[in-house]
Write a protein that binds this ligand. Structure first.
Ligand SMILES: Cc1cc2nc3c(=O)[nH]c(=O)nc-3n(C[C@H](O)[C@H](O)[C@H](O)COP(=O)(O)OP(=O)(O)OC[C@H]3O[C@@H](n4cnc5c(N)ncnc54)[C@H](O)[C@@H]3O)c2cc1C
Length: 469
């Protein structure tokens, strides 16, 4: 096989989006997909408005319009004790959408394979990276029973969270298994708010639900590691967070759907997202618990960030990849930290997390601004870590206020300690990351321009800083 501009390993949401983005720049694209059966997968089905917007910007507007998708106007969060549902709308009349995973991803792949400059090899698996430096990559892949070699200017690893290509590149990752997701389909008439994503929080198990086609909803139940569908069948009381109608639908589905879809929920963060002339996108670069439903929006954001960086530094791939890494980092860190903090607050069973949940309920109920800010973070509209740190602090404040208004003196003292102990570490991490983001913003906006001016002989950095003051 001859040379191409870019080889993309993986034809999921990230790989298809990158293929479209780079074909638009006029690059020749070889898209390899190992061909996982998406009809059997439990994976992304709800797409936030940011994801829809990025898909349209990447030229997939006709695919989006052809989907038989369900509108999603925001999240309905149902607290178990006290039982109370709060609506968090996206705001400003924008909507997301949801549809069955295969119905979402297969048309994307078909559409991108028709783009000029894109060659798709289905059932093709990348097997080795023989050479990778700033001048390009040499790699091998298997297709139709034969092994092929190819040279490219750029290799994009879009091969999902287990990412064999990341390992071939020798990039380490931080990996924590969190829980297991079990998914069944039920009658969507049982959903209390059919055009919303649902979060069922504070019960023995956390659950998510949304409509995926007319009359059909997906319910996903978060199981502790080591539990299976049998555990749920044997202990139906674990579904207490769901309203009674939905609970009996899920129990019925467990009897009738002998092999419910399962997926592992993991935190995975690559140590770096680029090396030589290779770059990671989508889940291969970072993935987190799916309760914020932000994975696919993040894939499409990666594709646009990579396109922008390669457009700006067309002749210098390492510089473009460095820019891509820098541009995507704040949003990724906020997304992963938010998913982890929300998962603890929604599913945590200790006294501190119970108090924090009451704080969330109190906050969203009493502060429409707070509900909007939380939804902007949740849907990846707001990427800044300092906003997350600020909102988290406010929730802790509301948890303390809720405690003071409902408990006697002894109760106050008993719950404040566990609350601060549980909320402390996520808050400390968020503040540290926010400071890092601020430092890098200052570096880009102030120090670098001043030194560039100084190098060009316009001013000495010290004089420029002095005149700024
Ligand atoms: C239970 C669950 C629910 C989720 N719900 C949502 C949701 O509602 N909304 C949302 O936005 N996100 C959700 N996500 C996350 C979302 O599914 C992922 O973020 C998204 O699928 C990542 O896309 P990707 O293209 O990076 O990887 P993948 O979708 O995993 O695609 C990777 C592709 O790479 C191919 N591949 C693997 N190895 C090779 C190789 N060696 N050579 C060539 N090809 C290879 C595979 O065949 C596959 O097609 C959920 C995830 C889970 C687990």
């Amino acid at each position: 096989m001859g040379d191409v501009d870019v080889v993309i390993a993986g034809g999921g949401p990230a790989g298809c989006a990158v293929a479209a983005a780079l074909a638009e720049l006029g690059w020749s694209v070889l898209l390899l997909d190992a061909g996982v059966d998406r009809h059997k997968q439990l994976a992304g089905e709800l797409l936030h408005p940011t994801g829809v917007r990025d898909l349209r910007a990447l030229g997939f507007g006709d695919v989006v319009d052809a989907w038989t998708s369900q509108p999603v106007r925001g999240f309905a969060v149902r607290f178990h004790a006290p039982t109370h549902t709060l609506i968090l709308p996206y705001g400003r009349g924008v909507t997301g959408l949801s549809l069955e995973h295969a119905n979402l991803t297969v048309p994307l792949q078909e559409a991108v394979s028709r783009r000029p400059g894109v060659t798709l090899h289905g059932r093709a698996r990348m097997t080795a990276v023989d050479h990778n430096d700033e001048h390009g990559v040499h790699l091998r892949f298997s297709h139709e029973g034969a092994e092929h070699t190819v040279k490219a200017r750029l290799l994009v690893a879009a091969d999902g969270r287990a990412s064999p290509v990341r390992r071939m590149l020798g990039i380490a990752e931080h990996h924590v298994r969190i829980s297991t997701m079990l998914g069944v389909t039920v009658d969507s008439a049982c959903l209390p708010y059919p055009d919303h994503g649902h979060q069922f929080v504070g019960g023995p198990l956390h659950a998510l639900a949304y409509a995926i086609q007319p009359g059909v909803a997906r319910v996903m139940v978060d199981l502790p590691l080591g539990s299976t569908a049998q555990t749920l069948k044997a202990h139906p009381e674990l579904l207490l967070a769901l309203p009674p109608g939905l609970r009996s639908e899920v129990r019925q589905a467990l009897e009738q759907q002998p092999a419910p879809r399962m997926a592992s929920n993991d935190d995975r963060l690559a140590e770096t997202v680029w090396a030589g002339s290779a770059v990671l996108v989508g889940d291969a670069a970072a993935c987190c618990h799916p309760l914020t439903a932000s994975g696919m929006a993040s894939c499409f954001h990666d594709a646009r960030a990579l396109q922008e960086a390669l457009h700006r530094h067309a002749g210098h791939i390492p510089r473009a990849l460095e820019r891509y890494a820098h541009e995507r980092r704040p949003a990724q860190r906020t997304r992963v930290a938010l998913a982890s903090a929300l998962y603890s607050a929604f599913a945590g069973q200790d006294e501190g997390m119970r108090a924090l949940r009451l704080g969330l309920l109190h906050y969203w109920e009493h502060s429409p601004r707070g509900a909007r800010a939380s939804m902007a973070l949740l849907s990846s509209e707001e990427p800044r870590m300092r906003v997350m740190a600020r909102e988290y602090l406010r929730v802790v404040g509301h948890a303390l206020a809720a405690m003071l208004s409902t408990r006697g003196q002894g109760g106050r003292l008993r719950s404040a300690g566990p609350l601060l102990r549980s909320a402390g570490p996520p808050l400390r991490d968020a503040v540290a990351s926010a400071m890092e983001q601020l430092g890098s913003w200052l570096h880009r906006r102030v120090r670098r321009p001043v030194y560039t001016l100084a190098r060009a002989g316009w001013a000495s950095p010290r004089r420029a800083f002095a005149s700024n003051r």
